[in-house]
Design a protein around this ligand. Structure first.
Ligand code: WT7
Length: 648
């Protein structure tokens, strides 16, 4: 094993072919990879899915690399592509959004109705002085107005910056400030576990420190009281009063569509910039090919929040451009009971479910009885995104949720890539539990070693994207230099995604997490993901997080934090798990220490904050905990560690 590459330790040899019935009806056929060998011709063909007001002159202008221009000189309006053209084609009555509230009531919004709402909102925004190019911050819960607000911004060419409504006033202020937003769209509050939680006070606090904001447009959602400020305007006053007639303007293919902030290695969040024609082309194509969308039959449900890129590309832009009917749920998975999601699948006959491994593992922990109480037979396709999915979680998803008959698409992408890059095609690819398999047609991804040389099958290294793609970020808002140094400097002329990956003997890609999550034990680079997967494959373990802590003898030692399944308490569990990892991966990967905990520190998007666990493992004071979903979990974990002793 070369020192330059990641150890390839965990071997998975299960593989699942698509059923002949699925393959026969699938949107993407096996010949698509060879048809896409001419990448530019392929993407030009996909761009023809959209309605353009003026044709493009060149598919890709890469002369200013790494700043790309796709479909140059083409002009289009994103909201027309998501709404008007479907209504004009006679689909105005089709349901666009099935809005499910936490209390179990629901509402259906047709394409014609959604178009009217977006036109009214667009007129209202113009009335508030927002024009093309002005930035609008959106801080809203998962309600239809969030979709309406985004599309209204797109309609008038005002780039939106959606800020997750769980973020603090300070996080909101710094994002408003960086983008110099002119307008903030928010709500009085949001429903969470039966309670209404205020949103407006955080906005008031943020806006007090953000002089660029001229107005705050407030949606009445919970009906709770709000303190008025002189910038407030009520959605129900200005949007309802506005005309539903709106003549859209076509924008340049490279016109900014949105900014979305994502955390970086330094404290300052990065405003990832996406533009119009290329972004919508890849969002629409991937949604059609990967989720196999049949607009006349499917009921699609992506459980992400609108505050993440998944909500942008796979709730708003991709699905609506493809005329999907989709569920949007404002609520938590365990209110009023832990079967809430399965209840929604049964109620609306959901066919396609797209969610995250962290949710899947939580449901595993809650037990099979919850999903088993509901009729999930409408499901025909399952998707996963956000982090590597452990093989055991994948198998559980397949068997318990998918009834053993739904293809699973494990989709790798990033805020920066804008749309899915690596994924099985559901009617084509034989899938392996835990692998995202291969780059999509029209996309080129490779795994390289420290010297940018492609690694051989069976080896690991760094994931890079070596050809530009239509929905790629066009930069970091206001900081071109940071764009170049962050993504294009580690290896010459290729985009480095920050992830480790390995190729198996068949050349399938296995994501191994962020490279800063790689451990170095006695000179062997071991991925935290592989050790976590080995732990989760033990029947007693529901969830695991692994970090490398500095170790005098081995460089780093592996410290594992595990959540046990209900009823799995056992005095000897630590030594059993160490033996299990040794058997699954090899003695080199045996954790030095295993901590049984009740919770793991996670960001609000569900990613485990290994940095904090490393602080605990190395007995340091905790670093910044402000992005934790629940800051108290670290106290509990810290106390537990102090009370435990290493079992070596
Ligand atoms: C990072 C990007 C893409 C939308 C949600 C996250 C990790 C994402 C997978 C996957 C393994 C994955 C990567 C990536 N990631 N999907 N299917 N398998 N890892 O967007 O917040 O920009 O995070 O999420 O580490 O770099 P994001």
């Amino acid at each position: 094993m070369s020192e330059d590459t990641l150890a390839n330790l965990l071997i998975e040899d299960r593989s699942f072919e698509p059923s002949p019935a699925f393959a026969k009806q699938a949107n993407a056929k096996p010949d698509v990879y060879s048809l896409a060998e001419d990448r530019l011709a392929f993407w030009a063909e996909q761009a023809a899915r959209l309605t353009w007001d003026a044709p493009w002159s060149e598919v890709l202008d890469w002369s200013g690399a790494p700043f790309a221009r796709w479909f140059t000189d083409g002009r289009l309006n994103v909201s027309v592509n998501c709404l008007d053209r479907h209504v004009d084609a006679g689909h105005g009555h089709q349901t666009a959004i099935i809005f499910e509230r936490e209390d179990g009531s629901s509402e259906e919004i047709s394409y014609a109705d959604l178009k009217d709402r977006v036109c009214r909102a667009a007129n209202a925004l113009t009335g508030l002085g927002v024009g093309a190019g002005d930035r609008v911050a959106i801080y809203l819960p998962m309600i239809p107005e969030a979709v309406v607000a985004m599309l209204a911004c797109a309609r008038i060419g005002a780039p939106h910056s959606v800020v997750f409504a769980g973020f603090s006033a300070e996080a909101l202020r710094s994002r408003i400030d960086d983008a110099e937003a002119k307008l903030v769209i928010t709500a009085d509050g949001q429903f969470r576990r039966g309670d209404s939680m205020a949103l407006k006070p955080a906005v008031d606090e943020a806006v007090a420190g953000a002089p660029t904001v001229e107005h705050v447009l407030v949606v009445r959602n919970t009906g709770q009281e709000v303190t008025a400020t002189d910038k407030d305007v009520w959605w129900e006053d200005v949007v309802a009063a506005a005309s539903a007639e709106h003549t859209p303007e076509a924008f340049d293919s490279e016109h900014p569509l949105f900014i979305l902030y994502t955390s970086g290695t330094t404290g300052k969040p990065k405003g990832i910039l996406h533009t119009t024609g290329g972004y919508l082309t890849q969002a629409a194509y991937t949604h059609w090919a990967v989720f196999d969308l049949k607009p006349d039959h499917d009921v699609y449900w992506c459980t992400a929040d609108i505050g993440w890129v998944t909500g942008h590309s796979y709730i708003v832009y991709g699905p609506l451009a493809n005329r999907a009917t989709q569920v949007i749920y404002e609520g938590t998975p365990d209110t009023p009971h832990k079967g809430r999601w399965w209840d929604i699948v049964q109620k609306h006959r959901v066919t396609t479910l797209y969610t995250a491994p962290t949710a899947i593992r939580t449901f595993m922990k809650w037990g099979d009885d919850w999903p088993n109480q509901f009729d999930l037979s409408s499901l025909r396709l399952l998707g996963s995104v956000g982090e590597p999915i452990n093989p055991e979680a994948w198998m559980w998803y397949r068997e318990v949720i998918g009834g053993g008959h739904c293809p699973i698409v494990d989709t790798w992408w990033q805020t920066e890539t804008g749309a899915i890059m690596i994924s099985p095609l559901p009617g084509v690819t034989a899938t392996k539990p835990g692998s995202a398999m291969r780059a999509l047609p029209g996309i080129s991804a490779t795994v390289v070693d420290d010297h940018a040389r492609p690694v051989a099958d069976g080896e690991g290294g760094y994931l890079v994207l070596d050809q530009p793609w239509p929905s790629m970020l066009r930069g970091i808002w206001g900081d071109d230099e940071r764009y170049v140094t962050t993504y294009w400097s580690r290896f010459p002329d290729v985009y480095f995604a920050g992830d480790g990956a390995k190729l198996d003997d068949d050349g399938a890609i296995w994501l191994l997490g962020r490279v800063d999550d790689v451990m170095n034990v006695s000179g062997h680079r071991i991925s935290t993901t592989e050790v976590e997967s080995a732990l989760v494959s033990h029947p007693a373990v529901a969830e695991a997080a692994v970090v490398g802590a500095s170790d005098q003898t081995t460089g780093q030692g592996i410290v594992a934090f595990v959540i046990l399944r209900g009823g799995a308490e056992d005095e000897d569990i630590a030594s059993k798990l160490r033996a299990h990892v040794a058997k699954e991966i090899g003695p080199i990967a045996k954790p030095r220490q295993i901590m049984v905990v009740n919770e793991l520190p996670k960001t609000r998007s569900g990613k485990i904050m290994r940095r904090l666990l490393r602080d605990v493992a190395e007995q340091r004071d905790l670093g910044d905990v402000t992005t934790l979903a629940d800051p108290t979990v670290m106290n509990l974990i810290g106390e537990g560690l102090a009370a435990s002793k290493s079992d070596d």
